[in-house]
Design a protein around this ligand. Structure first.
Ligand SMILES: NC(=O)c1ccc[n+]([C@@H]2O[C@H](COP(=O)([O-])OP(=O)(O)OC[C@H]3O[C@@H](n4cnc5c(N)ncnc54)[C@H](OP(=O)(O)O)[C@@H]3O)[C@@H](O)[C@H]2O)c1
Length: 214
């Protein structure tokens, strides 16, 4: 049976690619959720897509969006408060499966040089919020998959990725949004894979001192 998928932060860059891929390659029905989404997103298939305008802190809109949903993709974990609110809404609506996008660095797992460069180029407040959000998901009791993303760039021709389990140092520094979207769609399609795992998503052979596009 077709899955009902809720995409939170659906105007985001990866979320838009995921939406397109799901429409093209699966028979999933999509609820697209985000701020002022109706003026930012054009529906391609009205039979399979529904838009709900809302913020991650808006519990009522989240509850409405979660009706009948099988799996949630969360495209931003940069606010602990927002993530906690989303977790509470899933529990209230008895939705159990979530995939969340966060950053490499939440366990200080980047190798020495790229780890230092990353800390120099992201605010400590942003990193702290990602760390706290990830902990909240890990401790939520939900069936989660955390995707810790390397530095992102766009290249529709480049779909190369490697998944690195929690506990390993990560030295590859970058990955395309297109490759990340492939990973997300694969997990949505096989939603029993990678339950309660936290995976780094990187492009192989990018063990640089900093991303090639910086
Ligand atoms: N840039 C990098 O190199 C990098 C590296 C690793 C991980 N990441 C993370 O990877 C994730 C996905 O990347 P991306 O390029 O798709 O990011 P993006 O384009 O910034 O998408 C994030 C989306 O989440 C939405 N959002 C955030 N807070 C929200 C809230 N309170 N209520 C409703 N919507 C909210 C944003 O809404 P608005 O459009 O309304 O602001 C935005 O559309 C991001 O969370 C980013 O932090 C980025």
């Amino acid at each position: 049976m077709a899955q009902n998928v809720l995409i939170l932060g659906a105007a985001g860059q990866i979320a838009r690619i995921v939406t397109q891929n799901l429409l093209s390659n699966t028979d999933a029905n999509l609820v697209l959720y985000g701020r002022n989404l109706s003026s930012r997103i054009t529906i391609a298939d009205p039979n399979r897509e529904k838009i709900i305008d809302g913020d991650f802190n808006d519990s009522q809109s989240l509850s409405d969006a979660l009706q009948g949903i099988d799996i949630v993709y969360l495209n931003s974990m940069s606010s602990e408060k927002g993530t906690l609110n989303i977790i509470a809404a899933l529990k209230k609506q008895h939705v159990n499966r979530i995939i969340g996008a966060t950053i490499i660095g939440i366990y200080d797992e980047f190798g020495k040089k790229i780890g230092k460069w990353t800390k120099q180029n992201l605010s400590s407040t942003y990193i702290d919020e990602e760390i706290r959000s990830a902990k909240a998901v890990e401790q939520s009791g939900l069936e989660y998959t955390l995707l810790r993303l390397a530095w992102l760039y766009n290249d529709p021709q480049n779909h190369h990725f490697k998944l690195i389990p929690q506990g390993q140092t990560v030295n590859d520094v970058q990955v395309t949004r297109q490759a990340v979207a492939d990973v997300i769609v694969k997990i949505i399609a096989n939603n029993q894979d990678y339950i309660n795992q936290s995976l780094a998503v990187v492009e192989p052979n990018t063990e640089f001192n900093k991303p090639s596009f910086y």
